[in-house]
Design a protein around this ligand. Structure first.
Ligand code: GLC
Length: 673
């Protein structure tokens, strides 16, 4: 059952007429200088203001506006705010947004309008917003999207390296800049909410979401939480600016700590994604909860998404795993009460439907655990959003869910909407739309790709190659495939080898920088010219979530796949890539191998012995030329491993700090050239 609907200067003064935007990027500074605060609402006389309901008065404190609006709302309007439908549910009939009093709509992975352009996307979002504003109280809509490496769903957006590559950069300021550009491009194309960053700590690289993590160390993940500042700005007051969006710390908590269940491998189930954390409370606190403290206290993240996974505290003797979506002790007890999280908690995609009992039981459990808004797609007349609303209404009427809980949830949702400035500026501010996918933004993507490269071996200082010195021979499955180098969450949920986005492949970069004849042969069947330097770019094809689990199910629903199931995920190089390495390394004067993948891949000792230079390239995104920058010395290799690189799959999970820790390359390793 497909889980998802398959199917872009310096901002100066915000004048009365709007915002003049010139996207200018300077090293070390935020991608776009902070725009002057926009006037919240048009200038009106005190008299006019005094006759508007308090919640519509931007001069009043947010807390006053929330309290006033809440006091005016019916139960149906409150429950509507707690409901999030999917784009496809309201596309044929946008009036459903008003009929269902929806608080939010999302685009699941690959759920985009036709044509898939930033303008069409903004028009679509504004169409839904117009419906929301027609409701009795005119409460504006939140529109959410997985802008997890740039706003990758939308064609024309700048696509950045996935988080595992950003973790390899060890550059918090760069990560802030990447996510600031992402926020600019996301908001200018309509959505005001990014379901990112994942602050997961990936402990077992067989997990299909390893690439969504900044790494295996909670301290490294915490360093990269500058991503939240990039998305939201440094202060909650920045949220209303056109270059910021609501961020989401996900997936709370312990999504990356699940235990691999070999009995599920090859059965069509996920062997590790959405599984069970079998850890002690101390391990859970250190590896799962710890990153949420700075995310809340230092970076003021305003939304949190509970994980599909469960936690089974092995030392509590109960032995019963508890789904995070049902975990009141952690969502309400720890996150809201102890950490004083004031933002909203959004469920994952139909996550409450994985809870025990009837749908009514599931809704009651999720709401009473402390989830505030519910991602309920696949809405028909009696399913999805309408079913959720009817079910929760009954639960309130019979006292199973208290009005206090409803009011807490709705207050949090309204507060975020006021902070985003949606009551004063509900429609897409398109002043920055001309920067979507522009040269300056792609330069940031190129810089991020270059800084994410990790040099693992470099015999006889093969790298950097000297431009113009020798002919260059390029082979391998990922040398000239922008879909593969972008990975999942690109145009479609799972991504795809046939997905094409604006940018450069690694081969494009090599051809631009070699200053010598370049021969390309994907399978190395073309003879290697005498005296050539060889570069073989190998690795994985795209995937997302459990479809990327080693032993996980194979995805075959993307356009371009022609329903041909994708290769099962193994962490092993394909036979074709292995053969290409052997052929080139036997014939070329030097032999460099670049692994383009969402996680470490196994390089057997006999193969490693044939390679002069080995580079971990991760998933560099739209600017493959950033990889060539390191290969040809335009940028020095500075990357460090964000995860341990195992000798064999059998070593997984393998993490720094383990007893008898013996990886092929340790966490934090990286040569300088
Ligand atoms: C997915 C993912 C989550 C994403 C959400 C909306 O299943 O688990 O990370 O934000 O659904 O696409």
């Amino acid at each position: 059952m497909p889980h998802h609907i398959p199917t872009s200067g310096r901002v100066v003064a915000a004048g009365a007429a709007g915002v003049l935007a010139l996207g200018v990027l300077a090293a070390g500074s935020p991608a776009v200088a902070r725009p002057a605060p926009q006037h919240h609402g048009q200038h009106q006389s005190q008299h006019q203001q005094s006759h508007k309901p308090a919640y519509k008065n931007p001069r009043l404190p947010v807390s006053v506006r929330v309290r006033d609006l809440l006091s005016r709302m019916t139960l149906a309007e409150k429950i509507g705010q707690m409901t999030q439908a999917e784009r496809a549910d309201v596309t044929a009939d946008p009036t459903l947004v008003a009929q269902w009093n929806l608080g939010s709509v999302l685009s699941g992975g690959g759920s985009v309008p036709t044509p898939n352009t930033p303008t069409a996307f903004a028009d679509m979002v504004d169409g839904f917003q117009a419906q929301a504003l027609k409701t009795r109280l005119g409460i504006p809509l939140l529109y959410g999207i997985d802008a997890v490496h740039g706003d990758g769903n939308i064609y024309g957006s700048t696509v950045f390296p996935h988080d595992i590559g950003l973790g390899a950069t060890r550059d918090p300021k760069l990560v802030e800049k990447v996510e600031h550009v992402t926020a600019i491009e996301t908001r200018a194309s309509g959505p005001n909410w990014a379901f990112a960053p994942c602050i997961c700590v990936a402990r077992d690289d067989r997990w299909g979401r390893t690439y969504e993590s900044f790494g295996e160390s909670p301290k490294l993940v915490e360093r990269m939480e500058t991503a939240i500042d990039g998305f939201q700005g440094k202060s909650v007051k920045d949220l209303s600016h056109p270059d910021h969006v609501l961020a989401t710390a996900k997936h709370f908590a312990g999504d990356g700590l699940t235990t691999y269940d070999a009995s599920k491998a090859g059965t069509g189930a996920y062997p590790i994604d959405q599984g069970v954390d079998q850890v002690s409370k101390a391990q859970f606190a250190q590896l799962a909860l710890a990153p949420y403290v700075p995310a809340i206290k230092k970076h003021h993240v305003q939304s949190v998404m509970p994980s599909f996974s469960s936690v089974d505290f092995t030392n509590d003797g109960l032995g019963n795993p508890v789904k995070m979506s049902a975990n009141k002790a952690l969502i309400t007890g720890w996150l809201k009460n102890q950490q004083r999280f004031k933002g909203l908690v959004i469920s994952d995609w139909q996550a409450i439907r994985q809870l025990p009992g009837t749908y009514s039981d599931q809704v009651a459990t999720g709401v009473n655990a402390g989830i505030d808004m519910f991602m309920e797609p696949y809405s028909g007349s009696a399913t999805g959003a309408p079913q959720f609303e009817a079910t929760l209404t009954s639960l309130v009427n019979d006292g199973t869910v208290s009005m206090a809980r409803i009011n807490d949830a709705v207050s949090r949702i309204l507060r975020v909407k006021f902070e985003l400035g949606l009551f004063e500026h509900p429609y897409t501010n398109r002043s920055l739309a001309n920067t979507i996918g522009d040269k300056a933004h792609h330069e940031v993507a190129r810089q991020a790709a270059a800084e994410s490269q990790v040099l693992l071996t470099n015999k006889s200082r093969t790298l950097p190659l000297k431009p113009g010195r020798h002919p260059v021979y390029v082979a391998g499955s990922n040398a000239d495939n922008i879909g593969n180098q972008a990975g999942g969450w690109t145009l479609t949920w799972q991504g795809g080898s046939t997905n094409v986005i604006p940018g450069t492949t690694i081969l494009d970069g090599i051809e631009a920088e070699a200053k010598a004849p370049v021969t390309y042969s994907v399978d190395a069947s073309t003879p290697v010219p005498a005296g050539a330097d060889g570069i073989v770019v190998v690795g994985e094809t795209p995937y997302a979530e459990g479809y990327g689990d080693v032993g996980g199910p194979q995805w075959a629903f993307d356009p371009g796949d022609n329903n041909v199931p994708r290769p099962a995920k193994t962490m092993m190089l394909s036979d074709a890539d292995t053969q290409a390495i052997k052929t080139v390394c036997a014939a070329a004067r030097s032999c460099t191998v670049v692994v383009i993948s969402g996680r470490p891949m196994i390089i057997p000792p006999d193969l490693l012995g044939q390679i002069d230079s080995l580079v971990a390239g991760w998933l560099p995104g739209s600017e493959g030329i950033g990889v060539a920058d390191d290969l040809f010395g335009h940028h020095r290799f500075t990357g460090k491993l964000p995860v341990s690189w195992p000798r064999t799959v059998a070593q997984e999970p393998i993490n720094v700090g383990d007893a008898n820790y013996n990886p092929l390359f340790r966490f934090g390793y990286g040569l300088r050239d």
